[in-house]
Design a binder for this molecule. Structure first.
Ligand code: URP
Ligand code: ZN
Ligand code: ZN
Length: 450
């Protein structure tokens, strides 16, 4: 046997139990009590939790955006993921105009494959479906990329008609569409209004994208999905009205799924009043306390399906472009190394069960996005394993993270409990604060939803 993890408490999405795990050739081959199997490496996990690696279904690595490129490349982003217990990273491969979507994936894979430290998958960020390009969605599905994101905002956002066409197509080809839902016209109108009034600070980034701007777009997107009975995944859900709309759609039996992110669970729009408020600028922005409470309540009743990071960091010098004009702040924050530790620390503090964290951060993203080898500790699955010490104290600083950014919104955030080891397909990639993996180890995860 290659690896035997003994005496730990295994956490799945439904139960916790004491058992040993045996790994051979990157797969889990046996789980049981007191396994007595000779192994090249034996790890004693007494007093520790043993969890499936997290799947971060929403990151933007090396992404050209906001007049620059996000600060983590595929190498540093996946390295940081490993050090935060994330063993599969989904990145958005943004389509160029007039580009076949398989070419989009291949273009980004050529950058990612040589340096990825953990396994990775892509969603295609759809910009253009004219002519044959709509049909290239099916080619992407056949290539192992059955998920796409449409943006209702930004200069590359799609029209309502294109969004509807993409949804319609997704039903036929067995794909899942994710949406960035904010009302673009309202955003543009409010931005213009505040700028003309000389209101240019980060607080006015929030005021130009307040709760109703997101809620209205959530409802519109859900209405179209319902009209087609097509599945829809609301990315980075942050507002209370949107949460209510998702709950209602689920109750009525529609396949509407929702993702939220740790930054919305931890911070409120008050951060935009801080001197460093620009560092928290992302879209949708953090919302008010009512929205934050609604997100936590939805997690507890099962109406939030996944937690992901929307990791999209920028350098301080780039965030500073917008000190006097919020429009110039590149949108996005760091989080790839913080998601699993943050959620597990909440479980350790009794806010939610550990099993729920596994469901949100690993089992559900694997199921919804068709990662059949991932998302649980069970025989036959990839040995993507995290060992978690519930007694280890950890405070985030930019210096003890493993990204290429130079600041983080999580600076100074303290947790009781922290991952101590991460295994990717049985290989140790993170060990007590150190990245011990290898660029190029990570493999493309071919997926299917059928
Ligand atoms: O501000 C954000 N979220 N930046 C990344 C792009 C997106 O909208 O997901
Ligand atoms: Zn988005
Ligand atoms: Zn995003």
């Amino acid at each position: 046997m290659d690896l035997l993890i003994k005496n730990g408490t295994i956490v799945t999405a439904s139960e916790m139990f004491k058992a040993d795990i045996a790994v051979q050739d990157g797969k889990i081959v046996e789980i049981g009590s007191n396994l007595n199997i000779p192994a090249a490496k034996v790890v004693d996990a007494e007093g520790k939790l043993v969890l499936p690696g997290a799947i971060d279904a929403h990151t933007h690595l090396e992404m050209p955006f906001g007049g620059t490129t996000s600060a983590d490349g595929y190498g540093s982003g996946t390295r940081a993921a490993a050090c935060g217990g994330t063993t599969t990273v989904f990145d958005f491969a943004m389509q160029d105009f007039d580009e076949n979507m398989v070419d989009t994936v291949k273009r980004r894979d050529a950058l990612c494959a040589p340096v990825a430290a953990v396994d990775y998958a892509f969603h295609v960020g759809v910009k253009d479906v004219h002519g044959d390009l709509l049909a290239s969605m099916k080619e992407a599905v056949d290539f192992g990329v059955p998920s796409f994101k449409v943006f209702m905002v930004y200069d590359f956002g799609v029209s309502d008609g294109v969004f509807y066409k993409v949804l319609e197509q997704s039903k036929e080809i067995g794909a899942l569409i994710a949406v960035h839902a904010e009302n673009n016209e309202m955003v543009n109108m409010l931005v213009e209004k505040y700028i003309s009034e000389g209101k240019t600070d980060a607080w006015h980034h929030y005021l130009s994208r307040p709760e109703f701007v997101e809620e209205e777009a959530d409802k519109r997107a859900i209405a179209w999905a319902e009209s087609l009975d097509a599945p829809l995944y609301i990315a980075h859900l942050a507002n209370k009205g949107g949460v209510e709309a998702v709950s209602k759609a689920k109750e009525q039996g529609y396949h509407i799924y929702a993702e939220t992110c740790p930054q919305y669970l931890e911070f409120t729009c008050d951060v935009y009043k801080r001197e460093d408020g620009r560092n928290f600028v992302c879209s949708p922005p953090m919302k008010g306390k009512d929205s934050q409470d609604a997100l936590w309540a939805a997690i507890k009743r099962g109406d939030i399906d996944t937690i992901a990071t929307d990791h999209c960091p920028f350098l301080q010098s780039e965030k500073d472009w917008g000190i006097n004009d919020f429009r110039k702040i590149p949108n996005g924050c760091a989080g790839i190394e913080n998601m699993y530790p943050y959620m597990l620390a909440k479980a350790n503090a009794g806010v939610l069960p550990f099993t729920k964290v596994v469901e949100l951060c690993s089992a559900n993203p694997a199921r919804l996005f068709g990662c059949k080898q991932k998302g649980s500790l069970s025989v036959g699955k990839d040995a993507d394993i995290v060992i978690y010490d519930p007694e280890k104290d950890f405070t985030v600083t930019c210096g003890n993270m493993h990204s290429d950014y130079d600041h983080t919104v999580w600076e100074g955030y303290s947790m009781h409990g922290y991952p101590v080891q991460t295994y990717s397909r049985g290989r140790l990639v993170y060990d007590n604060g150190e990245f011990v993996g290898e660029p190029g180890w990570g493999k493309f995860v071919k997926r299917s939803l059928r």
